[in-house]
Design a protein around this ligand. Sequence first.
Ligand code: ATP
Ligand code: MG
Length: 629
Amino acid sequence: MQLYNRSITDSDRFWSEQAKSLLHWSRPFERVCQGNFADGDVAWFTGGTLNAAYNCVDRHLPHRAHQTALIYEGDELGEGYSLTYHQLHARVCRVANALLSMGVRRGDVVTLYMPTSPDLACAMLACARIGATHSVVFAGFSAGALRDRLAASGSRMLLTCDVGKRGGKTLELKKIVDEAVGGTDLVHHVGVFRRDPDAAQQRSEGWEESRDVDMNELLPRMRPYCAYVSMEAEDPLFILYTSGSTGKPKGLVHTTGGYLLQAAMTTKNTFDLKDGDVFGCVADVGWITGHTYCIYGPLLLGATSVLFESTPRYPHHGRYWDLIDRHRITQFYTSPTAIRTLMKFGTDKIKEYKLDSLRVLGSVGEPINPEAWTWYFKNVGHSRCTVVDTWWQTETGGHMMAPMPGMTPLKPGSCTLPVYGVQPALLDPLTGEEIEGDDVEGLLVVKRPWPGMARTIHGDHHRYMDVYFNSYRGYYATGDGARRDENGYYWITGRVDDVVNVAGHRIGTAEVESSLASHDGVSEAAVVGFPDPSKGQGLCCYVTLNMGTPSTPEFIAELKAQVRRDIGPFATPDVIVITPDLPKTRSGKIMRRILRKLAEGEPSALGDTSTLADPSVVERLVATQFWVK
Ligand code: ATP
Ligand code: MG
């Protein structure tokens, strides 16, 4: 607590100390922080130079050359390999030299359309080593979505793999790339990592000699050493697109100095990372969670990081537990969606594995309902691990609110308190005034700059200002709502856009969803508002059921009664729609804006659906014509 207070009252000194102790600077910085939210010109550690790859790899070589840096687990159980820091260094250098040989220079944007794998990690670090900006596009996106992102980022170089493998399915990544860039002059080169060394003939189909480069052939010819470039602290490290839960994805730009510091500090504090730990973040590297907590955070700290390419249910729903057991994972980091999916299957499978290596269990991506939190704590953590619910965003670079193991008392369902240096506040949505005191609810904003904040939306600084800074001057608007309870703890109530106003009562969708999901028969719930002539808005609840639960009228009445009991009669659901699946983004978040359109009876006005993981879920919902007119 003392250190938190100092991080606010003596912020420059605090961050200066952190920056010096957690990062290696080629040239020391002159100023800690300058600029402000209202002008959109925040800058950190100016005058300082550093290199991200040096910080993640080279500086560990004297002590950790033979320690495992990355453990890769592919799609099939047990398939994969590990790399030591020494091996990682050589691979990163080879890829860096390959990029240089293809004409990539400092400041260029390189798009990485690759599955979670050491090749992707090396590609990211290789870009960083030579001062190129990486733009990872999640390797589940369609050709159109890839083309849009390539064009928007002005990227002339693309790295990909021949195929990706997920859940037993093969994704023809190179073919998708051909479709995305064929007949355009978007990219000069496509570097292809071949996963299947025997499949050289694959090169024939769609292979363009002038454009495509076989990385498996090129890399062995490259030197295993490449000099690194000292970058200004404010030079971009990467561009990354948001999940697109609330609209068209935003390509956020993160910097070298500030982002790396946020990544290192939060990985260390939130996960209590110690020497010898095996850090298991099972997010896809294509999202910010994978960037910060699979790659940059753990490697900055010299830890061993697990890269997991598969899904929680392949080949069976014990996959995570098997992963933890086999690799002796100490910190495990996943999403509420994954936890809720696995809860459906009960706990038999968990009991087959040894999970005693675990110390910290993390959750990110959506509010975690207390029911899922408790299940995770009891059954995965055997009631002895800390559950850290981490609230943050692509925009924030790293955790903004999260408990610290052994220090912050936990409350199931709360992301607890802000991390060092972060000063949150709640605003009244109408007046824009700060709401003081505890036991209050409002728009969640941040009051002061932090090092890991995104500096702009690539190519659209206006949108950056509009989305985050212009509605409430002097604050960073998160777009999320939150409640601060009687102990000053924060509870995310959902997206601000998702707050429903029923007869004058403002209801956060997360609260109703949590109540529904606490019923034994319910797996997941998504709640949206729809226009109601008498109440203003009514509540429409989409619910997925656990295996074996009958969807009878009695059951639906029971659910309504449960919400009435938990929250109050004013929050009684008007409509409950039982559905086998909910529409989710490719990063696993429920897309309530689509459900809202359906509930409003506007299935033809769904907006940008490019980030929808499985369009058939929406098609099925539309076909049932379940919307409320
Ligand atoms: P877009 O900005 O394109 O709509 P997105 O907001 O889903 O997409 P991300 O940056 O991946 O993109 O997600 C950040 C959001 O995820 C947060 O604003 C918040 O709504 C939600 N979130 C993340 N972690 C938590 C958490 N621990 N508790 C509650 N909500 C969370
Ligand atoms: Mg967002």
